[in-house]
Design a protein around this ligand. Structure first.
Ligand code: FMN
Length: 466
C-alpha cells in the first residue's frame, strides 16, 4: 500500500512568517492576523483539504541583528508583532473538528508546571488534538526577556530542554494513574486519592512537588514535535520527539538525514517510525508550467531581500548585513540555528557554504513551482526518500493553501499520497497507524507511568500543619 504523506498547514501568529515582503501582495490576507475570523477562514481551508495538523511557529524576542539594528524587523513586520500561539490554538478549537492543533512554546517562556496544565486543558477541550513544538529559542533577546544577559549557549539549551521535558513528562504521565477518575455520583467520589501522586521533582533548574492539577487528557502528553537539526538537536529529537520539522534542500539529502536520525532513534531504544520527518515546502501552482512561473514572478515582485536576510540573521545569530557574502560560514561561530549548515552540507557534499548560500537557503530552495501533476511527482520523490509529511509554508495566506487544496490535494488523494477522510481518534492515533491515544511504551516518558505510586502525600510546611 502507498504510504500517504502527512500534511501540516504551517503558519505563525504574525504579518510575515517566512516569505517576507509578500504581505503586500493584493491577494495576501496575513496582515489580518489579529482577527480570529481570518484564522477561522484559514483553518476551514485546511480541514477541506483533510490536513492533519495546523502548526503555529512562535518566537519570544527580536534582536538588533540586521545592519546593527532591529529596524528592518519592525518596519517590515518580520515576525514582530507576534501574538501568542497557544492562545490562538485555544480560540480555534471550537471552530474546527478534526485537524490537529500544534503550537510552539519555548522552554524559556513558561514554567513547566503551568505549561503542563495549559496543555492538558487544551487537550481536554480539543478532545486530544494538541501537539507541542519544543523549542529552545535562538535569540539573545528571548533570553534577555527571561532574566539572562545573552543567549543560553547552544548545547546547554538542549540540556535545559531535557530537564524541562522531564518535569512535564512526570506531570502528564506519572501524576494520575489510569482509572484515577471514577466520577461516581452516588458515592460522591470523583477521583480516587490513592491514584493521584506528587512527583517530587528536584533538578538544577526546577523543583516541582505536584500533583498535576488537571486529570489526564486523552493523549496525556501532547504529540511532541521538535525542529532543531544540529547534532544536539537531532539527539534530542531522536530521544524525545514524535515528529521533527526539517528543511532539507532536496530529497536525496533528506534521505541521508532520515537514515542518520533513524539510527539515533533506535540507539535511544525506540523504533524507526516512532519519529516522523516533516519537510518544509512551499508551492506555486499553475495549470501549465508557464502559468506557474508567471505566478511565481508576480509573487517575487513583492519579495523583500532585506526582510529575508534579517530573518536568517536572527536565526543564525549573525548579522549578515555586516558581513562579506562570500565569507565561508565555517569561519563563523554560530550560537543560533546550527542545523542550517548541516542541511547545506548534506545537500552539497564536500562544499562549504558561504554566507550568501545560507541567506538563500531558507525559503527559495524549498519552493516548488509547477503544475498539479509535476508537484505530485515531486512530492512522491520526497515520500520515496523517507519523508513522512509536508509542512506547507505560505507565501500569501490563505491563497497558497487554497491553490494547493483545490488543485494538488485531489490528485494526491487519487494517488494515495494524501488522506481523503479523517480517521477517528486523537492527533496521535491519526498520525501513527499503530498507536493508541497516548505515547507508546518505548518513549522515555512512559517510564513514569505508575512510578510515583506509594509516594507520601506530605508537603505542607510545618507551620501550616498546625
Ligand atoms: C521548520 C522549522 C521551524 C522552526 N520553528 C521555530 C519556532 O517556531 N520557534 C523557534 O524559536 N524556533 C523554531 N525553529 C528553530 C528550532 O526549533 C531550533 O531552535 C533551531 O533550529 C536551533 O536548533 P539547532 O541548532 O539544533 O538546529 C524552527 C526550525 C525549523 C527548521
Amino acid at each position: 500500500m502507498t504510504k500517504r504523506l502527512i500534511f501540516n498547514g504551517f503558519s505563525m501568529n504574525v504579518v510575515s512568517h517566512i516569505y517576507h515582503g509578500l504581505w503586500r501582495h493584493p491577494q495576501a490576507r496575513q496582515a489580518e492576523f489579529n482577527d480570529l475570523d481570518y484564522w477561522v477562514d484559514v483553518l476551514k481551508v485546511f480541514e477541506r483539504g483533510k490536513f492533519d495538523n495546523f502548526f503555529v511557529a512562535d518566537v519570544i524576542g527580536v534582536d538588533p541583528i540586521y545592519r546593527g539594528s532591529w529596524d528592518t524587523f519592525v518596519r517590515e513586520a518580520v515576525q514582530i508583532p507576534v501574538n501568542d500561539s497557544s492562545t490562538l490554538i485555544g480560540a480555534l478549537i471550537h471552530a474546527t473538528r478534526n485537524i490537529g492543533l500544534t503550537f510552539t512554546s519555548s522552554i524559556l517562556q513558561d514554567h513547566p508546571f503551568s505549561f503542563a496544565r495549559r496543555v492538558s486543558t487544551l487537550d481536554h477541550l480539543s478532545k486530544g488534538r494538541i501537539g507541542w513544538n519544543i523549542v529552545t529559542s535562538v535569540s539573545h533577546n528571548a533570553a534577555q526577556n527571561f532574566g539572562f544577559d545573552r543567549i543560553v549557549p547552544h548545547d546547554e539549551r538542549y540540556a535545559w530542554a531535557a530537564e524541562y521535558v522531564d518535569v512535564v513528562y512526570k506531570l502528564w504521565e506519572g501524576s494520575w494513574d489510569e482509572g484515577a477518575v471514577i466520577a461516581d455520583r452516588a458515592a460522591n467520589l470523583y477521583a480516587d486519592p490513592s491514584k493521584v501522586h506528587r512527583i517530587h521533582h528536584d533538578s538544577k533548574r526546577y523543583k516541582v512537588l505536584g500533583p498535576h492539577l488537571t486529570q489526564p487528557s486523552r493523549q496525556r502528553t501532547p504529540v511532541l514535535f521538535q525542529a532543531g537539526s544540529s547534532k544536539a538537536g537531532r539527539a534530542f529529537a531522536a530521544a524525545n520527539a514524535e515528529g521533527t520539522f526539517i528543511m532539507s534542500l532536496n530529497p536525496e539529502s533528506a534521505r541521508k538525514l532520515v537514515e542518520t536520525v533513524n539510527a539515533q532513534v533506535e540507539a535511544a531504544g525506540r523504533k524507526a517510525g516512532d519519529l516522523k520527518y516533516i519537510q518544509g515546502l512551499s508551492f506555486v501552482v499553475g495549470s501549465t508550467i508557464d502559468e506557474a512561473k508567471r505566478k511565481a514572478r508576480d509573487l517575487d515582485d513583492y519579495a523583500s531581500t532585506d526582510g529575508n536576510l534579517a530573518h536568517i540573521s536572527r536565526d543564525l545569530g549573525i548579522d549578515l548585513g555586516l558581513l562579506d557574502p562570500d565569507r565561508p560560514v565555517s569561519e563563523l561561530e554560530i550560537e543560533g540555528v546550527q542545523g542550517y549548515v548541516a542541511y547545506y552540507e548534506e545537500a552539497f557534499p564536500g562544499q562549504k557554504p558561504r554566507v550568501r548560500d545560507l541567506a538563500n537557503a531558507l525559503a527559495y530552495n524549498t519552493r516548488i513551482v509547477g503544475t498539479p501533476d509535476s508537484i505530485a511527482d515531486t512530492l512522491q520523490e520526497w515520500r520515496d526518500a523517507g519523508v513522512d509529511g509536508v509542512n506547507l509554508i505560505y507565501q500569501t495566506s490563505p491563497a497558497t493553501y487554497v491553490d494547493f487544496v483545490d488543485h494538488v490535494t485531489p490528485l494526491l488523494q487519487q494517488r494515495g499520497l494524501a488522506q481523503s477522510e479523517y480517521a477517528d481518534g486523537t492527533l496521535r492515533e491519526r498520525l501513527f497507524d499503530d498507536s493508541g491515544p497516548t505515547l507508546n511504551d518505548r518513549h522515555p516518558a512512559a517510564a513514569y507511568r505508575g512510578a510515583f505510586a506509594g509516594q507520601p502525600a506530605t508537603g505542607l510546611p510545618k507551620r501550616a500543619r498546625g
